[in-house]
Design a protein around this ligand. Sequence first.
Ligand code: TTP
Ligand code: MG
Ligand code: MG
Length: 433
Amino acid sequence: MHYSIENLPTYRLTDLPTYRLTDLPTYRTFTLMAEAKPYIAHFDLDSFFVSVEIINNPSLKGKPVIVGGYERGVVSTCSYEARKYGVHSAMPMKKALQLCPHAIVTHSSSGQYSKYSRWVTEIIASKVPLFEKASIDEFYVDLSGMDKFFGASKYAQELRKIITKETGLPISGGLSSARFISKMATNEAKPNGFLQVPPGKEKEFLWPLAVEKINGVGKQTEQQLKNIGLYTIEDIAKTPLNVLEAYLGKWAESLWQKSQGIGSAEIETNWEQKSMSHENTFDKDNTDISFLQSELVRLTEKTAYALRQDELMTGCVTVKIRYSDFETTSRQETIDYTALDDVLIAKVKDLFNKSYQKGRPVRLLGVRFNQFIPITMQMSLFDNNVEKLNLFKAVDDIKDRFGTKFISKAVSSKGKDSEHKKFTQHNKKKEAE
Ligand code: TTP
Ligand code: MG
Ligand code: MG
């Protein structure tokens, strides 16, 4: 039988027993003989927000496009054409437009990004048994058990093709024995490429690369490393660990290990099941709507605070109501990924209004979030959400110091319309040129 990714049965993660070659008791004996290594693939959509914008407006294809906030905002992402001018994510918009004055600035509702993100997730879930959604546009896939049948590299590449064919989004990928190497391979392969680092070739791939290419090496560490003359990953690998420790402290060991090509091959499989919730049973059963609503706000703020503490956004909200006779209803809806109190409070109130039977005394209310992904700062640009998120985080810091009791928030979106107008004008001018 010829297997191809097209004729595989479709199955869901949850339908399958979880297996992994490394979990099997016989594995250790097997490794001694065959040096079997895990096959971890990493995939990341290319210039994700821009690619979604291009699907909605194909005339943007091939042009320098920036998705970002308004004047005080920053670049969320930009097309590879704009990257040639030095524009990149998180750059102030003003600077980006100085570098690339003819760029087309665009924005969209985060709903589109969440929708496409979920679509890609579903395709991956239907084709592989073990995967992890690592961010809005990024996935780790364990192909260790598969390589015997299909060839892990062929499988990974076919998966990319299917994703692009079905959704229209370009995606790059990397394959190796460790998560961080696969992610770095993806970065090297971008845009629209694939790179395998075969077992045993890890150092060959890593050593010529600049130190800042290692995931987690930020500007500060990069500078520290360069100050002591370490520019490439090979330089790190050839520095004795104790010397590195003297400069970098604790972080030195994992960095040094990475420079040797050693890193985790674990896939987080329970990310789909994770949830956060708060509920409250009242001293006295209650029918007062304004009291119940204020409780919902309190429970939502508490849960959203926990969400932001873990740097997560949620994609699904559940409201639980238990009536005085113990009858319990739960209503759940998927939403665009968010970590914003006001968005979550509105959804929680909406779910409550849809399911509460007026007049019935309530004994307990509960709010639950699940479907988490790491926070993407510049989600949903229309509502100045970066500013809002930063505001909520600032309030969170005060809560950390003084406790949650004394704090309440006020959110303003002042100035949004005039800034919107300015950028619409910027684009109009560009189109006319
Ligand atoms: P990335 O995968 O980091 O970047 P990208 O997909 O735009 O480009 P590529 O992967 O080809 O290098 O982020 C995914 C999306 O997350 C991105 O399209 C927009 C959003 N994002 C922000 O809003 N702010 C940021 O600072 C970053 C890095 C990403
Ligand atoms: Mg991406
Ligand atoms: Mg990404």
